[in-house]
Design a protein around this ligand. Structure first.
Ligand SMILES: NC(=O)c1ccc[n+]([C@@H]2O[C@H](COP(=O)([O-])OP(=O)(O)OC[C@H]3O[C@@H](n4cnc5c(N)ncnc54)[C@H](OP(=O)(O)O)[C@@H]3O)[C@@H](O)[C@H]2O)c1
Length: 250
C-alpha cells in the first residue's frame, strides 16, 4: 500500500492529536498530502504539520474550524482545494465525548454531541461529495463499538455514533458508484482525559473484557483506515470493529 496515496489529498477532522494524528501520520507515510483540521489544538496541529513537511516538503497543512458552525464544512473542503488543488479522501474523526445520563441531559449537550459526531460528518460529506465523485475518492467515518452497544450514561453520544453508523451505510448508497463510504469502530484505544476514566479499577474491568487483554493503539485504527482507503476497492457501506474483541464480550 506504500505510495498508493501519492498525489492524493486527505482531510482528517480532529487530526491534531491522539487517534486523528496517528491517522494523519500513517496516510502521509503512504504518500498522501494531508490537511489536518483542528479546533483548539493549534500547537499540536502546527507541530504535526511541521514534522510531516520536514519528511516531505509541502505535503501537509492545517485548518481551524468549529464543526458546530454551519459554514465550516464548505470552508474545510475549500481549504483542501486551495492547498493541494483536490480532495480524494475524507476521514471524519473529530468527536466530542462526555456522559449525559437521563435526568441530567440538556439541549446544549444534544446540539454539541450530535453536532460534532453526526451532523458535521454528514455536512462535510455533502460539501465534499462533488469533488470526491470527480476523484473517485472515499470517506471513512470513525464510529465506535458503542454505536451498536450503547455505553451506560452516554445516551446522546451513543445515539450520535449509532447515527454515524447509519450515515455510513446511507452515504454508501447515495454516493455510489463513484465514492466508497466505510467506517472503523474503535474499542478501547486511548483513555479519555476525564477523571472517571483514570480509575485503575475501571480500566482493568474494560481491559479484562477485551479478548486480547489489552487496549489498542492509535495506529491500530490508522491501519484499518488505510486498509479501507487503499486496500479495499470492493468494500463499501461496511464498518470494521477494531476493538481487541471487546464487542463480542460486552
Ligand atoms: N480514544 C478511544 O479509545 C476511542 C474509542 C472509541 C471510539 N473512538 C473514536 O475515535 C475517534 C478519535 O478518538 P480520540 O479519542 O482521539 O478523539 P478525541 O480526542 O476525543 O477528539 C478528537 C478531536 O475532535 C475535535 N473536536 C471535538 N469537538 C469538535 C468541534 N465541535 N469542532 C471541531 N473539532 C472538534 C477536537 O479537536 P481540538 O483538540 O483541536 O479541539 C479533538 O481533539 C473519535 O471519533 C472517537 O469517538 C475513540
Amino acid at each position: 500500500m506504500k505510495f498508493f496515496l501519492q498525489h492524493k489529498t486527505v482531510l482528517v477532522t480532529g487530526g491534531a492529536r491522539r487517534v486523528g494524528a496517528a491517522i494523519c501520520r500513517r496516510l502521509h507515510a503512504a504518500g498522501a498530502n494531508v490537511v489536518i483540521h483542528y479546533r483548539t489544538s493549534v500547537a499540536e496541529a502546527r507541530a504535526l504539520v511541521k514534522s510531516l513537511n520536514a519528511a516531505r516538503a509541502g505535503s501537509a497543512a492545517c485548518v481551524r474550524g468549529e464543526l458546530l458552525h454551519s459554514e465550516t464544512p464548505r470552508a474545510l473542503v475549500a481549504a483542501c482545494i486551495k492547498e493541494f488543488g483536490r480532495l480524494d479522501v475524507l476521514v471524519n474523526n473529530a468527536s466530542s465525548f462526555y456522559p449525559t445520563p437521563v435526568g441530567r441531559l440538556t439541549q446544549r449537550a444534544w446540539d454539541d454531541l450530535i453536532g460534532a459526531n453526526l451532523k458535521a460528518p454528514l455536512f462535510i460529506a455533502q460539501a465534499a461529495a462533488r469533488e470526491l465523485k470527480k476523484r473517485r475518492g472515499c470517506i471513512v467515518n470513525i464510529v465506535d463499538i458503542h454505536a451498536e452497544f450503547p455505553l451506560k450514561d452516554y445516551v446522546i453520544y451513543s445515539i450520535a455514533k449509532g447515527g454515524l453508523a447509519a450515515l455510513t451505510r446511507s452515504l454508501a448508497r447515495e454516493l455510489a458508484p463513484a465514492v466508497r463510504v466505510n467506517g472503523v469502530s474503535p474499542g478501547p484505544i486511548l483513555w479519555p482525559d476525564a477523571d472517571i476514566w483514570q480509575s485503575p479499577k475501571t480500566r482493568k474491568k474494560i481491559v479484562e473484557r477485551t479478548l486480547l487483554k489489552r487496549i489498542g493503539e492509535p495506529d491500530d485504527i490508522a491501519r484499518a483506515v488505510e486498509f479501507l482507503i487503499a486496500g479495499a476497492p470492493y468494500v463499501t457501506g461496511h464498518i470494521i470493529a477494531v476493538d481487541g474483541g471487546r464487542s463480542i464480550a460486552l
